[in-house]
Design a protein around this ligand. Structure first.
Ligand code: ATP
Ligand code: MG
Length: 215
């Protein structure tokens, strides 16, 4: 469903080093993948490449057989949602943030209370100020925001890295629940193998510019 076809991607250093070296892999729909790899190996870059946020040097990324570089960026954004390492917000309240995402996706049918329920936050959170929430609560809000566009694919860039173990486990459990319920293809990158094992149905290792299966 989402395929890397002989992808090469260099970093911005001079002389360039390749983060992805002739990397090919097919991520199947409705599956949860965890990608482990050391810091700086290129996990964030991999997700940005899969989402067409970063261009590649050579090869193709195929979304259901279509080259994503040929699709309209808004189409890619709608179908593939990404949760970042640190929560980032555009407005003051939770509602404003969800509203912004809904307007961006041109969706006026989104029930924000249902989204809050999905991420296990009380609907009164809608009127709370995002900067006053805990990081765990902020990641839940970010997860709710990724659901606004009704994507098929969820990319998660270490959303648990700033959290204590218990809060991180809660987020991983929530991601599993939502991914299965919504039948997402989910790709979660992390440098922590324990987190990868908790969430991933398939565990991959990123090393030497390619992906190989560990499970
Ligand atoms: N936009 C970019 N263009 C080119 N190279 C980049 C870009 N962003 C990061 N890099 C380089 O690519 C390499 C991989 O970085 P990346 O952030 O993808 O690693 P990572 O595995 O996510 O690391 P971490 O676990 O610390 O988040 C690094 O050498 C980095 O300097
Ligand atoms: Mg990273």
């Amino acid at each position: 469903m989402l395929t890397l076809d002989s992808v090469w991607k260099s970093n911005s250093e001079s002389p360039p080093d390749f983060i992805l070296k002739n990397c090919s892999f097919s991520f199947r729909e409705r599956s949860i993948y965890a990608v482990v790899g050391a810091s700086g190996i290129g996990k964030t870059t991999l997700l940005r490449v899969l989402n067409n946020l970063t261009s590649i040097d050579r090869g193709r990324i195929l979304l259901e057989g279509q080259d994503i570089s040929m699709l309209h960026p808004s189409e890619v954004r709608r179908r593939i949602s990404m949760l970042f390492q640190t929560p980032a917000f555009v407005g003051d309240s939770v509602r404003e943030n969800l509203d912004f995402a809904a307007r961006f996706a041109r969706r006026n049918d989104t029930d924000f209370s249902t989204l809050m329920e999905m991420v296990h936050l009380d609907h009164t959170f809608l009127d709370r100020t995002v900067v006053q929430l805990s990081v765990g609560q902020q990641q839940r809000v970010c997860l709710a925001r990724t659901l606004v566009t009704k994507p098929d694919i969820l990319l998660l860039d270490e959303p648990t890295s700033a959290l204590d173990d218990k809060t991180a486990d809660g987020i991983l459990e929530l991601v599993r629940e939502i991914s299965q319920q919504e039948e997402f293809l989910t790709i979660f990158v992390t440098h922590r193998r324990s987190h990868a094992r908790k969430l991933g149905q398939v565990i991959l290792e990123m090393a030497e510019g390619t992906l190989r299966s560990l499970s």
